[in-house]
Design a protein around this ligand. Structure first.
Ligand code: PLP
Length: 402
């Protein structure tokens, strides 16, 4: 057999446990608390049938061709309008379309991370970001989560430690709203302090914000983007959770100087994002349909979240805890020390329920007794059944005896 030579980057690639889990979401006999999938009943199939025909008829000559790397002007205008509804002001030269936020993370990794570059991030954090930064050889500096998102005292200590090492982090990566995986939200005071700590040192903040529009009460806190006046913050937006992930469509907003560099990097990655998809999304947004979908999602997800909390409260052993999200699609549960969520997952899959183990969201080997549970995808009755199966797996295995 030939022995091929691969790059150092390829050697650093770690398989995503979540991508592995997605296959369980397609099995009829398994309740999936695994991936962060939206409820498919929200997918606006009839509207899209109509809109895609209209786009082909009126703009097929653009839709099916190569498009500009920064994005279709019509889509960029629609994104600016969408941001404006949430109070976030942006100009066209600060925006770049992406093949969803995972591509933004890839481009930001290319822009910011060399082997050994320090990156500050929450612990636990989004596995796809850990995968992207880690692939480039990032030196992860983790900051624990408090009751309200990233712990600011711990962030300050991490910054002091880096100061003492003479090392400036390339960015602080944060998911301030209904965080993936923990479901927590950074409070207003925390947001201000984060910007103060980062701004005083000239450190770029990456605000990854897929869940911001999914506040159950419809009210989100001001974004870091807005609080900073767009200075020193890169904001990542995606249609994946507001609408659906199948378009693979999102955008990022940054200081135009940074956006320009990201656009050049994007040229080398995929030339452009599908114009067809951008024009359909722009038309959908321009018809005012997105707000309705997001509103329906909020109304659908709150009772699902409540059902999951009720189900977990019945089955989690004494000494366990879980987050109480006020939006988004994830809940985080922590079992007492000694429980092993990897072993529990193996038994859970046999019993017909999938979730993602807490360790996958840590880059420091922690989180072995915790789990991320998605409530947006399963139905309410499946959530009840899934919690019962999970409870059986936990009870059967118990804590590991030393
Ligand atoms: C925090 C966060 N960032 C980015 C992504 C990537 O999403 P997409 O590439 O579909 O926009 C996800 C997906 O779950 C996420 O939770």
């Amino acid at each position: 057999m030939a022995s091929y030579e691969f790059s150092e980057t390829a050697g650093r690639i770690v398989r995503s446990e979540i991508r592995e889990m997605l296959k369980w979401s397609r099995r009829a006999d398994t309740v999936s608390f695994g991936g962060g999938l939206p409820d498919p009943s929200l997918f606006p199939i009839a509207d899209l049938e109509q809109i895609q025909l209209a786009v082909l008829e009126r703009k097929g000559y653009l839709a099916l061709n190569y498009g500009p790397t920064p994005g279709e002007p019509e889509a960029l205008e629609a994104f600016i309008k969408q941001m404006g509804q949430a109070g976030d002001i942006a100009t066209v030269d600060s925006l770049c379309v992406t093949s969803s936020s995972q591509q933004a993370l890839d481009l930001l990794t290319l822009l910011l991370v060399d082997p050994g570059s320090a990156i500050i991030l929450e612990s636990p954090s989004y596995v796809g970001a850990i995968q992207a930064f880690g692939r480039a050889g990032a030196d992860f500096r983790t900051v624990p989560l408090g009751a309200q998102g990233m712990d600011m005292d711990a962030l300050e200590s991490a910054l002091h430690r880096l100061d003492a090492e003479g090392k400036k982090p390339r960015c602080i990566y944060t998911i301030p709203d209904f965080q993936n995986p923990a479901g927590l939200t950074l409070g207003l005071a925390g947001r201000r302090r984060l910007l103060e700590l980062a701004g005083s040192r000239g450190i770029l903040v990456i605000e990854d914000s897929p869940y911001r529009d999914l506040a159950f009460n419809g009210e989100a806190l001001p974004s870091l983007w807005t609080l900073s006046g767009g200075k020193g913050v890169v904001l990542l937006k995606t249609l994946s959770k507001m609408l659906f992930p199948g378009f693979r469509l999102g955008w990022m907003a940054a200081d135009p100087e940074i956006t320009d560099k990201l656009i050049v990097l994007k040229q080398s990655v995929d030339l452009c994002t599908s114009s067809f998809v951008q024009l359909i999304a722009a038309e959908y947004m321009n018809r005012g349909l997105l707000e309705g979908t997001v509103k329906k999602a909020r109304a659908l997800y709150k009772p699902k979240c409540d059902a999951m909390i009720a189900g977990l409260d019945q089955v989690l052993p004494p000494g366990s805890s879980h987050s109480n999200p006020e939006g988004g699609v994830f809940l985080w549960a922590t079992l007492p020390e000694g429980y092993d969520s990897t072993a529990i997952l193996r038994r859970s899959l046999e019993l017909g329920v999938a979730f993602v183990t807490g360790g996958a969201f840590h880059c420091d080997g922690k989180g072995k007794n915790s789990m991320r549970l998605n409530f947006s995808f399963p139905s309410i009755s499946a959530i009840g059944e899934g919690c019962a199966r999970l409870g059986q797996a936990i009870a059967e295995l118990g804590p590991t005896r030393k």
